[in-house]
Design a protein around this ligand. Structure first.
Ligand code: HPA
Length: 278
């Protein structure tokens, strides 16, 4: 396991990708649990399985296939992660976020990051879409910040700002596109935990009290790295289940994957609409 990557190592990965595709992506897309099918509509695709890339973390989780899909979507050149690695799989924060660093070196300027999340906000139901207006970096706040270690000055400063982690222009545009297509959306706060155990009812009441609307096990590390490097970020949660605040139901990974089926067409519409307006 590597705790840090040097710029030379990040560039080594970028160089391998350049040698395997003719495309020069400007938009990065990370697809969460059960949402990988969004990549199927990419045109003129080059596929790069994760094991073909040095240092690259591969996901061991069911519902995450592991490859890059690079090609055209609505006239934009996109690099898509069909599946991502998580901290709970045993990777370091540097490994979990390496793909974002590599995207930055490839020339990506906008990152669209999606995830499956549990609803803490009682208004949300499975299948709903929540745009991230902000996050609570629970996993990073307590010492596991992906920027821990030597600062890579080429990307950004030692103490980067997180006051506007999620780009307001991208968010407003996406919301309008969703409205136009009769897709119900919310804007809310996502809290990232390490997982892999789901939350206890008391955990969830705590998370509700501190202002979280949705909970998941990814996204925030990637967003911190993206913002450090100056990318504009759009974050989208597909609500896969109601979090179990009163202890009367149980949450399962199958439930998360099942919700993905209704969420993929909704997210596809939103992402395609946004790309077509860029
Ligand atoms: N909790 C944490 N992570 C999740 C959940 C949840 O309920 N649903 C999908 N990812």
């Amino acid at each position: 396991m590597k705790e840090y990557f040097t710029l030379a190592e990040i560039d080594e990965v970028a160089q391998v990708i350049r040698s395997l595709t003719k495309h020069q992506p400007k938009v990065g897309l990370i697809l969460g649990s059960g949402l990988g099918d969004l990549a199927n509509s990419i045109e003129d695709p080059d596929f790069i399985p994760y094991p073909n890339l040095p240092y690259w973390p591969t996901s061991t989780v069911h519902g995450h296939s592991g490859q890059l899909v690079i090609g055209k979507l609505e006239g934009q050149t996109v690099i898509t992660m069909q599946g991502r690695a998580h901290y709970y799989e045993g990777y370091s924060m540097a490994e979990v976020t390496l793909p974002v660093r590599v995207m930055q070196r490839l020339g990506v300027e906008i990152l669209i990051v999606t995830n499956a999340a549990g609803a803490i906000n009682s208004e949300y139901v499975p299948g709903d879409v929540m745009f991230l207006s902000d996050h609570i970096a629970m996993i990073a706040m307590t010492g596991n910040n992906p920027l821990r270690g030597p600062n890579l000055d080429e990307f950004g400063p030692r103490f980067p700002d997180m006051s506007q982690a999620y780009d307001r222009v991208l968010l407003e545009k996406s919301k309008k596109i969703a409205d136009k297509n009769n897709i119900k959306t919310f804007s809310g706060v996502y809290v990232s935990l390490s997982g892999p155990s789901f939350e206890s009812p008391a955990d969830l009441r705590f998370l509700r009290a501190i202002g979280a609307d949705a909970v998941g096990m990814s996204t925030v590390p990637e967003v911190i790295i993206a913002r450090h490097g100056g990318l504009r970020v759009l974050g989208i949660s597909g609500i896969s289940n109601k979090a179990n605040l009163d202890g009367t139901t149980i949450t399962t990974h199958d439930e998360v994957l099942e919700a993905g089926k209704v969420l993929v067409p909704r997210l596809t519409t939103i992402v395609r609409g946004l790309l077509s307006e860029m």
